[in-house]
Ligand binder design. Structure first.
Ligand code: IPD
Ligand code: CA
Ligand code: CA
Length: 265
């Protein structure tokens, strides 16, 4: 295992333990509201500290881009961290959340870990070396037919003034033309589930780089395609994403082309 991936795995496991310990006393968590429907708790903060402490112990010179504490450092190697993806789920005791850590070197994603501490599933990838879950190779599904495909998504929920009708049009088309839609509430895991063949495609808008950094490499290394909804490469910046098996990705992008155009207008 590459030393950077090794540290990412250690950091994710430590953050996972913090989250599990704090989950026992959910009622005691201090919760702050960052924005409409956007919360942060001391569990997010403690998990983030555990990740950053672990990284800095091994690589004090590396840069950090973390959801709760922001960016620091000016190294070419940037650790992109979501210490708790699925905060709303976590705060409700809904058992779908994860720690997400991506390592970018000179602007390119090189290593990725997404850890689900409840299921103790550790998804990982290094560029060019494939993706794994707990030592087993990951491969996107071989699904060939849209009517049989299972699609993941995330609802736009943060901006109360947003016109959600273009998203709803895309969602209803997806419901009609596929075998089902899931909104599990943790984007990093949605991506990993595409990599694992549990979902055939996933789309969402309004995401942060920490939601997408690790999971996008894991999908690609599992043979999937990841891009912005419009096919663009800069999804970490735009925050809108479409990923899937090569076949379902292509067909889905074609099927929803008018809705995507309206959504991105
Ligand atoms: C959120 C989750 C959710 C997605 C949101 C993300 P957070 O991350 O991934 O599934 O719909 O857009 O922001 O805030 O729980 O880290
Ligand atoms: Ca997140
Ligand atoms: Ca988070």
């Amino acid at each position: 295992m590459h030393p950077l991936l090794n540290v990412a795995v250690m950091a994710a496991r430590r953050a996972g333990s913090v989250l599990i310990k704090k989950m026992v006393n959910l009622g005691k968590l201090k919760i702050e509201q960052k924005g409409h429907n956007d919360f942060v708790s001391d569990a997010d903060r403690a998990a983030e500290k555990a990740v950053i402490d672990c990284i800095h112990k091994h690589y004090p010179e590396h840069s950090i881009l973390a959801e709760e504490s922001g960016s620091s450092g000016n190294s070419d190697t940037v650790w992109i961290i979501d210490p708790l993806d699925g905060t709303t789920n976590y705060l409700h005791g809904f058992p779908v959340f994860a720690v997400s850590i991506g390592v970018q070197v000179s602007g390119r994603m090189e290593h990725a870990v997404v850890y689900d501490p409840l299921r103790q599933e550790l998804f990982s990838a290094s560029r060019g070396a494939g993706a794994n879950v707990d030592g087993h190779k990951l491969r996107v599904s071989g699904q060939m037919e849209m009517p049989r495909a299972l699609i993941g998504t995330g609802f736009p929920f943060r901006d109360p003034g947003l016109d959600i009708s273009p998203y709803m049009a895309m969602l209803s088309k997806t419901m009609v033309h596929t075998s089902g839609v899931r909104r599990a509430g943790a984007a990093a895991l949605d991506l990993c589930y595409v990599a694992a063949g549990r979902l055939d495609a996933f789309f969402e808008t309004g995401l942060g780089p920490w939601d997408l950094a690790a999971g996008s490499l894991i999908v690609r290394e599992a043979g999937g395609i990841v891009s912005g909804l419009d096919g663009s490469e800069n999804f970490l910046e735009t925050g809108h994403v479409l990923c899937g098996t090569p076949r379902i990705y292509r067909e889905f992008a074609k099927l929803c082309a008018p809705e995507i155009k309206a959504l991105l207008r």
